[in-house]
Write a protein that binds this ligand. Structure first.
Ligand code: HEC
Length: 220
């Protein structure tokens, strides 16, 4: 009996001590010599930076000046127009293609991307008559733009084409999630190259033609 009392006495005592210890957790780290080591510089969601500032760590959540966000190497400055508005669609006419002229291998890659993503509507010959439209007998009711041959598209500035590929146009959806910005600009160059070609440019060296053909450069 006595032994049991002693054991339970010891247990109660330990419990009391540990409870007491728990309630006295020191949250203050005391004197801080190196705030960088005491406080994490990493931004934690919903964390206040007030304490950091008090301790001399100036953290303003902003990336270092000149930082380029991932996927923003080729920034496109115009946001999508609100429904019914066409301000940015028209402003896009002044946006220049940021890529250097594609060489023949890149144009070939652009042709491949066009064949996968666009030719089903616009046609492999860019004549606006792909298998989904088929002269109006296909399942897709809207007439896809006749990118080669259609007068308003032959003169459409590259930036405006890019805008429509980025955000979509009426029955055509946006291709921003399927193709990255570089691929989209490459496709625009491919369209411009095919337009120049149909207007009488060289057919053998696509890269050189896109660079030197007067019709291709007249777009700039
Ligand atoms: C599902 C069919 C469809 C697909 C796929 C499609 N388009 Fe279109 N596209 C259209 C239609 C329809 C229009 C005409 C939109 C209008 O003016 O009402 C159009 C218009 C355009 C225009 C002219 C935009 C303007 O501002 O008038 C361009 C440039 C274009 N498409 C490029 C592309 C490219 C590049 C791709 C592939 C990445 C593509 N399209 C894929 C249906 C399609």
């Amino acid at each position: 009996m006595k032994t049991t009392n002693i054991i339970s006495g010891i247990l109660t005592g330990t419990l009391a001590i540990s409870l007491f210890a728990c309630s006295d957790v020191r949250r203050n780290p005391g004197r801080i010599y190196m705030p960088d080591m005491t406080y994490s510089r990493a931004y934690e969601t919903y964390a206040s930076t007030e304490d950091l500032t008090k301790e001399g760590v100036h953290y303003d959540h902003m990336p270092v000046a000149g930082t380029i966000a991932r996927g923003e190497e080729l920034p496109f400055p115009l946001p999508k127009d609100a429904f019914g508005d066409t301000t940015n669609y028209h402003a896009a006419r002044d946006i220049k293609d940021p890529l250097p002229a594609c060489d023949s291998a890149q144009l070939d890659e652009a042709r491949r991307l066009f064949a996968i993503n666009c030719a089903i509507c616009h046609g492999a010959a860019l004549d606006g008559n792909g298998p989904l439209y088929k002269d109006g007998n296909g399942p897709f009711a809207a007439h896809p733009a006749q990118l080669v041959g259609g007068p308003q598209y032959m003169t459409m500035p590259e930036g405006q084409m890019f805008y429509s590929i980025e955000y979509g146009k009426n029955m055509m959806g946006s291709y921003a999630s399927q193709l990255n910005r570089k691929q989209r600009w490459m496709i625009v160059q491919y369209i411009k190259f095919k337009q120049a070609q149909s207007a009488g440019g060289s057919k053998s060296t696509p890269g050189a033609a896109a660079k030197s053909d007067s019709t291709a450069t007249a777009k700039k």
